[in-house]
Design a protein around this ligand. Structure first.
Ligand code: FAD
Length: 502
């Protein structure tokens, strides 16, 4: 145990440091809407095809044009992957990290298909006329001098996707995987752009060249912003660890103070990227939800021991310097219109829920709030005393649920099921109730589906994943996949129109 405070829930309840000092206005929630992003995405990718058509070169056979279209689409999507990583609030701040990453992963699959098919389609007519010559042409295509840059990009894309799929099985440290992912991405884009400019059928046209330079420049700039600019600001604008409190077995609350004393506007429920000395760089940062209220002076995070980095989080010495990038995320309540609020926390998912509750308490929220907090065992349960104390300030009812309770347990037992959700929702205006959940994926997706069945408006059902592997899907996730597929269908239509335009 390090830091200011000792173990235990009671010691954790607001220290003087975290007494409400000021009431900052909500940080603006910036970023584009999902629709604007989807439209912008299609326009940018389709622009590549439009510029190729405008080059005025008579089209080749349809297979060749389809291959070219897939090459153009794949390279444009590759550049846009750098911007859809969820690190740019100005773009994806409004849709949140879950949707950004789900899209990034979906786009990677489409991109892979386009990249693999791109060289193959050129050879289809030769294969159809004479399979032996088809193989010769394929060999020349992959081994010829002319296509060397393309081959490197092709292999880099395949390697990126394989590494992403096999990351868990390879047991590669996340930081190493992440560095390699960015490096291979840069290789794929760099060589892909060089390939398009050197051998691309339409690359002689100046507008097409500007298009490729602009996309590659935007992707490169995104790397510089995240890994150079933000890396430097971790040093220029450092934070200091001022206290560590053990909240439960393997769960710690860390409080960070911004050394320059400047306010850090955010909305309750958002998250930050944290890197601590001696590895105070964005290559080593990790995302953590903010567990404090923006009305507090310092920033509190609740962190579960889960692996290499977090496994040692409770032992960080006091005064450790930290870099914080944020705020990020759209798991916020202040921008949503509702008459009642249901909060659901499972395990370490308590972190943003605690941030929301602490903010409601500081702000004197008057709407009814219902909270369900679930944990495996009593020694893993975080926040009970603090939440119960909030009943004095808020119209609050709370249920605490354990999977394996001790004999003297006076709370709920089992899982958060429909019966418990119904009890929690009793007396609330269902169509005007906002639900926000954070916890294991299956917990969030099953409760989301149940809440929609019980009458909540699907636009009012929100959850935040801590794990990018999507796992179980809710109806909301499935609907989102259909929206992605519609975007994929638009790209397919573009490819066909381009190929058949002759
Ligand atoms: C939006 C968001 C908010 C989160 N909030 C919290 C929180 O409030 N409290 C908390 O305890 N945990 C939170 N997490 C999870 C936390 O980021 C991971 O548990 C942590 O990064 C694990 O790092 P590790 O090195 O200890 O474990 P590892 O063994 O290296 O990784 C375990 C798993 O965590 C994920 N992970 C690891 N490093 C990173 C990284 N740099 N970026 C993204 N994912 C990574 C990977 O899926 C990995 O498989 C949050 C995650 C996200 C996406």
């Amino acid at each position: 145990m390090t830091g200011q405070a000792g173990t235990g829930e009671n010691q954790a309840i607001d220290t003087a440091r975290n007494a409400p000092g000021r009431a900052p206005p909500d940080a603006p929630l910036i970023g584009l809407s999902g629709r604007a992003l989807a439209l912008g995405y299609v326009v940018i990718v389709a622009l590549g095809l439009a510029l190729a058509v405008a080059a005025g070169i008579p089209p080749d056979h349809s297979w060749g044009e389809a291959a070219t279209a897939l090459g153009i689409i794949a390279l444009a999507m590759m550049a846009l992957q750098f911007l859809s990583s969820g690190r740019f609030r100005g773009l994806t701040g409004r849709i949140g990290i879950d949707r950004s990453i789900a899209f990034h992963r979906w786009a990677a699959r489409i991109l892979l298909i386009a990249v693999v098919l791109h060289p193959l389609l050129y050879t289809v007519p030769t294969f159809m006329a004479d399979p032996a010559r088809g193989f010769d042409r394929l060999g020349m295509m992959f081994l010829g001098e002319r296509a060397r840059t393309g081959l490197i990009a092709w292999l880099a894309v395949i390697a990126i996707v394989l590494l992403a799929v096999l990351r868990d099985r390879l047991r590669m440290p996340y930081e190493a995987w992440r560095g390699l992912h960015a490096l291979l991405g840069a290789v794929a884009l760099g060589f892909g752009t060089a390939h398009a400019l050197a051998v691309g059928t339409y690359a002689g046209a100046v507008p097409m060249q500007i298009y490729w330079y602009a996309l590659a420049g935007a992707a490169l700039a995104s790397l510089v912003v995240v890994h150079v600019w933000r890396g430097l600001s971790f040093r220029r604008d450092p934070w200091r660890l001022v206290s560590t409190v053990q909240k439960a077995r393997g769960l710690w609350e860390l409080t960070f103070h911004r050394i320059n004393g400047r306010p850090f506007p955010y909305r309750a429920g958002q998250f930050v990227w944290l890197a601590t000395a001696p590895r105070r760089h964005t290559l080593f940062d990790h995302p953590f939800s903010i567990a404090s209220s923006p009305r507090e002076r310092d920033l509190r995070l609740i962190i579960k021991e889960a692996g290499d980095y977090t496994g040692r989080i409770g032992a960080l010495p006091r005064d450790t310097l930290a870099g914080i990038d944020g705020p990020h995320g759209a798991f916020t309540a202040t921008d949503k219109d509702a008459d009642a609020i249901l909060l659901l926390a499972g395990g370490v998912g308590i972190a943003p829920i605690m941030g929301l509750l602490r903010d409601f308490a500081h702000a004197g929220e008057t709407r009814p709030i219902r909270v369900i907090v679930a944990a495996g065992t009593a020694d893993r349960l975080v926040g009970r005393a603090e939440i119960e104390a909030m009943r004095d300030k808020l119209d609050l009812n709370a249920w605490f649920v354990l999977d394996s309770p001790p004999d003297d347990w006076d709370g709920e037992t089992g899982i958060v099921d429909e019966a418990l959700l119904k009890r929690a929702l009793e007396g609330l205006p269902l169509a005007r109730t906002l639900s926000m959940a954070c916890g294991p994926t299956a917990f969030m997706t099953s409760t989301a589906d149940t809440l929609i069945d019980l009458g909540l408006d699907r636009d009012n059902v929100h959850y935040e994943r801590f794990d990018y592997d999507e796992g179980a899907l809710s109806r909301l996730d499935i609907a989102q996949r259909w929206r992605f597929r519609a975007l994929g269908a638009a790209l397919l239509v573009g490819t066909l129109a381009f190929a058949l335009r002759g």
